[in-house]
Design a binder for this molecule. Structure first.
Ligand code: OAD
Length: 261
């Protein structure tokens, strides 16, 4: 098996259908593309209003939060509002349904939204944390949002972060920032699932941010079938991989129909 610029498998053929039907453990590894059809602005999308003057990577660091907590908290509250206003799309729902068909299924996501959960799958490995699980910057204790949707204007504004009930420290977003480690236990669970699965779907991810991008490689080394779903060919694919070109919201329901009905 070798790295290839042009994959040999580009359709849902019988060989792939067989691998999926007989799989005992399936992994869905997802990125921003899965939420794109829900209208979630991706991390790298152009920012609007106040946010236009900032590079996203300048706001997503512990140093930025320490320097100007209200600016960083305001940006994340704007992103959380966008997520709460959005709905899961057919890709999230197809993944939730497909997980029911196998003895073991693991959903690993790089996304910080909760759209997989709202589509009906509760046990998601969030490699890059979650907008919905903030914690204290000082002592690490979790903080619960009330159920109201924050209303943040699109032109942006600073919002003072809440305070920790235990130590009075500032509450920070529950995401992984640049320069921080991924949550160790979650990462290990993801590595274990990739090493034990029979089929790994890599969906809507550019596959360039490590260590998350290791997942397909670990699964391939364990002889799993690797299926990429993306509107454009992704880099780093191998000749034995399947590369299905198209939107996840179209291709996943199609795959479900062709393989199982
Ligand atoms: P990227 O924004 O790098 O890549 C999104 C991918 O989704 C691209 O390959 C698109 O072609 C693809 N895509 C777009 N629309 C799609 C659709 N409808 N169906 C399927 N695919 C589609 O996002 P990620 O790979 O998720 O990390 O980025 C990885 C990490 O980079 C993020 O989690 C973030 C960032 O740095 C942290 O914040 C730590």
């Amino acid at each position: 098996m070798s790295q290839a610029s042009i994959p040999s498998h580009t359709v849902i053929d019988e060989a792939l259908s067989q691998r999926i039907r007989t799989a005992r453990h399936i992994v869905f590894f997802t990125g921003a593309g899965v939420s794109a059809e829900s209208g979630i602005p991706t991390f790298r999308d152009a920012q609007t209003g106040l946010w236009a003057q900032f590079d996203a990577s300048e706001l997503a660091t512990p140093e930025a939060f320490q320097a100007d907590p209200a600016l960083v908290w305001g940006w994340y509250e704007w992103r959380r509002m966008k997520v709460l206003q959005a709905q899961p799309n057919p890709a999230h729902f197809a993944i939730a349904r497909l997980t029911q068909r196998f003895p073991h299924a693991t959903v690993i996501t790089q996304n910080v939204d909760d759209l997989h959960e709202r589509a009906g799958h509760s046990n998601i490995l969030h490699l890059h944390g979650s907008l919905h699980q903030p914690r204290c910057f000082t002592c690490g204790v979790g903080y619960s949002f009330d159920n109201e949707i924050p209303v943040e204007p699109d032109y942006g504004r600073r919002v003072e972060p809440p305070r920790c009930a235990r130590c009075d420290g500032l509450i920070r977003p529950g995401v992984v920032w640049f320069g921080e480690s991924l949550p160790a236990q979650t990462l290990q669970q993801a590595f274990d699932a990739a090493a034990q699965c029979d089929v790994l779907f890599s969906i809507g991810t550019s596959g360039v941010v490590y260590p998350a991008a290791q997942m397909p490689h670990i699964a391939r080394d364990a002889n799993a079938a690797i299926v990429h779903i993306n509107p454009q060919p992704v880099s780093g694919i191998y000749s034995d991989d399947w590369m299905l070109i198209g939107a996840a919201g179209d291709l996943l329901p199609k795959l479900e129909r062709e393989v199982f009905f």
